[in-house]
Design a binder for this molecule. Sequence first.
Ligand code: TNX
Length: 519
Amino acid sequence: MKKISLLIMLLIAVNLLAQEHKIIPEPSELQKREGVFKFSPAKQSILSDSYLQFEASYLTDMLSSNFSIQAGVVTNEKLSNSIKLLVDESMTDREAYALEIDKNQIVIKGGSATGVFYGIQSLQQWMWGSYHAIENTVSCVKIIDKPKYEYRALMLDPARHFLKLEGLKQYVDVMAKYKYNRLHLHLSDDQGWRIEVKKYPLLTELGSVRKETEGDGVPHSGFYSQQDMKELVAYAAKRHVTIIPEIDVPGHSVAAIVAYPHLTCFDEELEVRTTPGVSKNLLCAGNDEVFTFLDDVIAELAEVFPGDEFHIGGDEAPLDHWKECPKCQKKLKSLGEDTPQYLMSYFFKRVNQSLQKNNKRPLIWYELDVPFYPENSTMYTWRMGLSSKVIKKSRKMGYKLISCPGEHAYFDYPQAKGEETCDWMPILSLEQVYQFNPAMGVKKSDHIIGVEASLWGEYVKDIERAFYMTWPRGMALAEAGWSGSQNRSWKDFTNKLNSHFKYFDRIGVAYRFPAEVFN
Ligand code: TNX
């Protein structure tokens, strides 16, 4: 008798465990329901609106590759035992969704196709915890969910090391599963210019090639044609991810200067930089040709990247050359100022005119010593230790803000001891990313519209490394961007991870197994 009741208890415990959900990021509301839905043994029918064609085929692929369930779209409205996909215009957030599984049907409603797509991601991860393969059933549930922040991004840096187009697509595939909606591409830096600009062919001819990397003697090169990027933009759009281009100016511009030296204060002849760090060579603020150049570059790239967000850099621009340059000094005087930082404000005002002509808005790395930025700017807080200052100041100035502080969101930093790539980088553990509060403890922070993890590329030589550095930290950051803080729990999060790792193993995507979490 005792044995039997023990067995029953064990069975109940196993069943409860199996019911534990695996969805990352954590949904706003999840109610488990009695009973199960049984998939059709032959072909599971999917009912969907015609404009959800991509979502329906995505769902079909997901069911067959994950669970060997064959499914297909049908048109018979009355059919029971179906999976229904639909857009519900009464949902106010276009990314919101409701997923309801009862005994007769599975319904995914979205505020738009994006919401439906996110509902499918949650269905997949719900099934990891509650699909019974032998019975071919899934437990009933009701999930109502929407994002906390509208902007949820990962950043890759193919400027430091070129990353192939196919790899970028694969990266988009995986990030979309965690409900990220932006991939920010850092397309130019001192170490390489990576995007074709037809009017300025030397940018890629000379600017995308460097003779070596930190003395390794191995030449490095590569760039994307505009066609490549259009292909990526379209691929990502289907997965509800917008590609944000970044051209980093006026600093971090050595590769552009190599191609067109007249864009600097002193006609500097340089080589594409082979080491990490900060260069003193800037685009000249006192030279109108610089603004003509940027106007042309922006006009061409505006066609390639249809979104209205355009990142124009703005970080780490030492002003030494501008202080010595007669043209810059003359310009400063004409502005009625004598602090050289005003030249930065002027620089972005000019660039913003080009952006506005092309219906784009500026996104900029915040530097606290710059007096002001264009008023329609979205700023990024990134420097370690300065976030609360930046959050307060940017609100006062009326900018929107993306939170991506080094303390929680720099994915180039090592994940654990023994993984250091260079001396100065602190360790950024999975738990430290999980503890990320985008407002960094600042109360008045309603201007924060999102989060981003930056994977700087100095030591990220290929997409496998990018995957390894991103996951699972990208899962932790996804919760900071999507889930309200009342819904987040480190313990629950760690309990979900293994299902995700199994999935990564199956699709052949690299990640770091956080052994320290399971010890
Ligand atoms: C600072 S963060 C940079 C990058 C480097 C990174 C290395 C930022 C806006 N600028 O140029 O790659 O540190 O962590």
